[in-house]
Write a protein that binds this ligand. Structure first.
Ligand SMILES: NC(=O)c1ccc[n+]([C@@H]2O[C@H](COP(=O)([O-])OP(=O)(O)OC[C@H]3O[C@@H](n4cnc5c(N)ncnc54)[C@H](O)[C@@H]3O)[C@@H](O)[C@H]2O)c1
Length: 145
């Protein structure tokens, strides 16, 4: 690995399994420090433990603005900065093969996590006070540190 992310701090939502987990491991291998943000505490804690000081777990539900604000503050207080927000958390609609068979609440749940969850994670409010100058912080003005 070329340590391409040395010195960077990343938050990865849905980082406890699947693509998110693989991304957490890759970011750490590339030198980043990572906050794993997920609703699955068991898997998230286990992954963080396996990666040592470079990773921490913070239970986060991306449908909650309060959770997201606490997550960003946690990343800042734990690692002293925030450079990358990876909005990966998502749920599948695979059990609902035909839209007409879905109940509206199922569709709303998917939108709440996959669409609004990513939008909430990228809004200036949780980011503005914590982003490092020059960092990749979607839609938020960076703050000089
Ligand atoms: N795997 C694929 O082929 C594929 C294809 C297209 C898009 N995607 C998208 O990529 C992302 C990752 O997919 P995956 O296959 O690794 O899924 P996965 O189910 O293995 O992992 C998703 C993670 O998100 C977490 N999560 C679910 N709801 C959450 C919430 N409200 N708040 C925080 N965390 C939550 C889960 O606990 C899980 O750890 C998802 O957004 C998925 O929709 C996946």
């Amino acid at each position: 690995m070329s340590q391409e992310l040395a010195g960077k701090v990343a938050v990865i939502t849905g980082g406890a399994s699947g693509i998110g987990k693989a991304t957490v491991e890759l970011f750490v291998a590339e030198g980043a420090r990572v906050v794993i943000a997920d609703v699955d505490s068991e898997k998230g804690e286990a992954l963080a433990r396996s990666l040592g000081d470079a990773a921490r777990f913070k239970r986060t539900n991306v449908t909650s603005a309060e959770d997201l604000e606490a997550l960003v503050a946690f990343a800042d207080s734990t690692f002293g900065a925030l450079d990358v927000m990876y909005n990966n958390a998502g749920i599948s609609s695979a059990p609902y093969l035909r839209f007409v068979d879905d109940e509206l609440k199922d569709f709303q749940k998917i939108m709440e996590v996959n669409v609004l969850g990513a939008a909430r994670s990228s809004t200036p409010r949780p980011w503005a006070a914590h982003c490092r100058a020059g960092a990749w912080c979607p839609t938020a003005p960076p703050r000089r540190r």
